[in-house]
Design a protein around this ligand. Structure first.
Ligand code: NDP
Length: 265
């Protein structure tokens, strides 16, 4: 009798924090895990720690900000005839300050990075697979003008429309007109709201392949980003992420969840 293949999950930004713990939870569930990070040394060390727990974890380099790095990973996995069952777009930054550079880098990593990685890996993602966008409750649309809120929530928003909206945010910050244009004064907030919109767009695009795409908030978790005083453990936050990766075939797509429950944005 043939032994069924293990499912494979790839996680971005997994050398530390929630990405790392998400890899551990996939490993414990019997997945083969591709742990990726932009820093090779840190990622190798993280993968070795999980392998020492007897988990099936392999390291791959991936800087989501760098198109060449994304393409190199996609090409190498395709050449090895690898397939993915789960993609978790977890990598993100919450940079200090608020200027054009912060706005550009934050959206480039947190939103366009997720789109870049998803597009590159789609050819090897199995039909019926899942994509999880690690978002945040901070991405709710309070602080946006009524008009911008309507544009972000518009069911007719296309990926080109979303990229144009993100570009407009960066331009408005650079020109000092962001407040009049209706944006909140936080690049991280704009990035996570945009990521939620991207989730909806990709869910519709990928429905014919039965690929489910959902955004997840892990809650406020004790990591380098969340700080030492956050109320939730790594385990709780990662469980919120893994829930959206292991949905049943009739599970939801295009939604925003925390701990398996829909949340508004
Ligand atoms: P950390 O800051 O601890 O980890 C962020 C990870 O993203 C690191 O591994 C970092 O790598 C990686 N990363 C950043 N930029 C890139 C890049 N260009 N390419 C690849 N990897 C990159 O954050 P958390 O673990 O707390 O956050 C994980 C996710 O959860 C994020 O999406 C965050 O927005 C979200 N989140 C977190 C909350 C919290 O309370 N902690 C609350 C709500 C959402 P490196 O080590 O190289 O910097």
């Amino acid at each position: 009798m043939a032994i069924p293949e293990k499912p494979t999950a790839l996680v971005t930004g997994a050398n530390r924090g929630l990405g790392y713990e998400t890899c551990r939870q996939f490993g414990k569930r019997g997945y083969r895990v591709l742990l990726t990070s932009r820093g090779e040394r840190e990622g190798q060390a993280a993968a070795a720690k999980l392998a020492a727990e007897d988990l099936d974890v392999e390291y791959r380099r991936l800087d989501v900000e760098d198109a060449a790095s994304v393409a190199a990973l996609a090409d190498s996995l395709a050449a090895e005839r690898r397939t993915l069952d789960v993609l978790v777009n977890n990598a993100a930054v919450a940079l200090d300050g608020f200027d054009a550079t912060v706005a550009r880098r934050t959206t480039d990593i947190n939103v366009l990075g997720a789109l870049r990685v998803t597009d590159a890996l789609l050819p090897i993602l199995a039909d019926g697979g899942t994509i999880v966008m690690v978002s945040s409750g901070v991405g709710e649309l309070t602080g946006f003008s009524r008009e911008l809120r309507a544009r972000v929530l518009d069911k007719g928003l296309t990926r080109h429309g979303l990229v144009a909206l993100v570009d407009a945010f960066v331009r408005d910050v650079a020109e000092g007109t962001w407040r009049d244009a209706g944006w909140p004064g936080s690049a991280y907030k704009v990035s996570k709201a945009s990521l939620n919109a991207l989730t909806r767009i990709l869910a519709a695009e990928l429905a014919p392949r039965r690929i489910k795409v959902n955004s997840v908030c892990p809650g406020w978790v004790r990591t380098d980003m969340g700080g030492a005083h956050a109320p939730r453990s790594l385990g709780q936050g990662a469980a919120s992420i893994v829930w959206a990766a292991v949905l049943e075939p009739d599970g939801p797509t295009g939604g925003f969840f925390r701990d398996g429950k829909p949340i508004p944005w």
